[in-house]
Each structure stands twice: as structure tokens, then as C-alpha cells.
Design a binder for this molecule. Structure first.
Ligand code: ADP
Ligand code: 5GP
Length: 212
């Protein structure tokens, strides 16, 4: 377990969400934080260029290669990986403070990053989002305005990424967005009620009712 991020009484849950690029995981995660209280979205660092409409500090922290390397050497990332040829990293400090405040955090990261989180945080929850078909995935990439060369690279990587789906805890097919949101919401709500995460509550209620 990573120092400082031990799951335990009153601590938040880490939800790792992965999907091939264009599946809709960003859309899904942005909707879920509006609908479910107490869940935050982790903001990663990346060296890739911002897309139209993306904001620094909201979608990503957009940094240079040098800045990324400096942060990596300082140990600022709990994990980082090269995805579609560019570096992406999850900052450790905000994750630790949110979890310690009892807030849940969604990490929208690729399967390489997800594996690293699995090694470090044994009680994280892993969710893989699949597109209904490869044709629809291609259409979503195009509609989002992804450049042609990028679409080719992302479609090529999609198959390999999807092979990881079976080691995740949950799979969501993002067909109709409303359905996918409901499924993700159900997963979060159910995970919060797992007995392992409720033991302290059970003890608290029993001792209170016995006046101890
Ligand atoms: P990702 O974060 O997985 O790369 P995005 O959230 O950017 O994907 O979504 C890719 C495109 O697909 C966006 O244009 C988004 O509006 C669209 N999209 C997302 N979910 C759905 C859905 N369920 N049905 C149709 N279009 C969707
Ligand atoms: P995009 O460039 O489309 O925003 O993201 C490309 C890929 O990078 C997606 O699979 C996304 O989940 C992944 N990604 C984003 N942030 C991180 C991160 O901090 N770490 C890792 N490992 N992957 C990330």
C-alpha cells in the first residue's frame, strides 16, 4: 500500500476508470461528479497539446517535457505512463488529501497506469468502459475533432487496451450515455456500502446503542 493512502475508516475510495480513447470516459466522469456527491475527478499532468476547448487546470495541467521530468524526479506522481506517444501522470498530493478527507476520487487513466495503482492501492476499484463497437468508437473520435493521424494511432491502440478489460472489477458499455451514467453511479453507491468499508460504522452504531 502506498504510504499515506491506506484504505480505512472514513477514507475515500479510489475509482480507476479506463477506456480506449474516444469511448466517452471523460464525458461519463464529468457527468457523474455532477450527479454523485463526494466524488472528485483527479486532474492529470500531460505534455500533450490542449485540444480546442480544453482548459489548463480543469481538463489537465498542460506542461512541457522538462517540467514533467522535474515533477517525476521530485516524486510528484503516484503513477505516470507514455500513452499514444505522450507522457501523462497522476499527481500524488491532491489524491492523498482528498482520500484523507473521506472524498472519493476518480482516476481517468490508461491500463498501464491502472496496473501501477493496483500494485500500490489494494482496495482501489477498477472500471473499464467499452464502446458498443469499433465503428462507433471511430465515429466518436472523428466527431470529437481528433486529427486523422491521431485517430489511426488511437484505433490501433484500442484493441490492445481492450484486452485489459477482463482484469478490471467492472465493465460498462457506453452505448446510451444515460444508461452508462446510471451503471457508474450504481457501482459507486454499491462500493461505498461494501461491508469492508462499513465495519467502523457497524462498531460505532453497536457501541453507541450499548452506551459505550
Ligand atoms: P474519451 O475521454 O474516452 O476519450 P470523450 O468523453 O472525449 O472520450 O468522448 C468522445 C466523443 O464521444 C465526444 O464527442 C463525446 O461527446 C461523445 N460521446 C461520449 N459518450 C457518448 C455516448 N454515450 N453516445 C454518443 N456520443 C458519446
Ligand atoms: P487523452 O489525450 O485522450 O485525453 O487521453 C489519452 C489517454 O491517456 C487516455 O487513455 C487517458 O485515460 C490516459 N491518461 C490521462 N491521464 C493519465 C494519467 O495521469 N496517467 C495515465 N497512465 N494515463 C492517463
Amino acid at each position: 500500500m502506498e504510504e499515506g493512502i491506506t484504505g480505512g475508516p472514513g477514507k475515500g475510495i479510489i475509482f480507476v476508470v479506463s477506456a480506449p480513447s474516444g469511448t466517452g470516459k471523460t464525458t461519463l466522469c464529468r457527468e457523474i461528479i455532477k450527479k454523485v456527491k463526494g466524488v472528485n475527478l483527479s486532474i492529470s499532468y500531460t505534455v500533450r497539446e490542449p485540444r480546442e476547448g480544453e482548459e489548463d487546470g480543469k481538463d489537465y495541467y498542460f506542461v512541457s517535457e522538462e517540467e514533467f521530468r522535474r515533477l517525476e524526479q521530485e516524486g510528484a506522481f503516484i503513477e505516470w505512463a507514455v500513452v499514444h506517444g505522450k507522457k501523462y501522470g497522476t499527481p500524488l498530493a491532491p489524491l492523498v488529501s482528498q482520500i484523507n478527507r473521506g472524498e472519493d476520487v476518480i482516476l481517468n487513466i490508461d491500463p498501464q497506469g491502472a496496473r501501477k495503482i493496483r500494485e500500490k492501492i489494494s482496495d482501489a476499484v477498477f472500471i473499464f468502459v467499452l464502446p458498443p463497437s469499433m465503428e462507433i468508437l471511430m465515429k466518436r473520435l472523428k466527431d470529437r475533432g481528433t486529427k486523422k493521424e491521431e485517430i489511426e494511432l488511437r484505433m490501433k491502440n484500442a484493441e490492445e487496451e481492450m484486452r485489459n478489460a477482463l482484469w478490471y472489477d467492472y465493465i460498462i458499455i457506453n452505448d446510451e450515455l444515460g444508461n452508462a451514467i446510471e451503471i457508474l453511479k450504481s457501482i459507486i453507491v454499491a462500493e461505498r456500502s461494501k461491508k469492508e468499508r462499513m465495519i467502523h460504522k457497524v462498531k460505532e452504531i453497536i457501541s453507541r446503542s450499548l452506551g459505550r
